[in-house]
Design a protein around this ligand. Structure first.
Ligand SMILES: [Zn+2]
Length: 97
């Protein structure tokens, strides 16, 4: 999984950003395995039209740094659950615990 790292501050972003939104630094590309652990999770019981119901979202701290918001199609994991973030064919981040 490719991430963009700011050399001037601790920001880690996903591709699409052209510069660091916090300090304007020029981002460099790094690779993460996608492995990480859940630091927060929630379940939307009234999601937007066309979304899965319930709609489960997790924040994952990636090994090597950076946090990503991901869908959790396999259930609602607890904080500390280890797993992997993968990109779906649609480009969405999915947490596989
Ligand atoms: Zn920065």
């Amino acid at each position: 999984m490719e991430v963009l790292v700011c050399p001037r501050c601790p920001r880690v972003l996903f591709p699409g950003a052209s510069c660091c939104p916090a300090c304007g630094g020029v981002l460099r590309s790094e690779t993460r395995t996608g492995a990480g652990r859940v630091v927060a999770a929630t379940e939307l019981t009234v999601p937007a039209a066309g979304w899965a119901n319930p709609h489960r979202l997790v924040v994952v701290e990636l090994e090597g740094g950076g946090r990503v918001l991901a869908l959790s199609p396999g259930g609602l994991p607890g904080a500390g659950t280890s797993g992997r973030v993968e990109r779906s064919p649609e480009g969405l981040a999915h947490f596989i615990g």
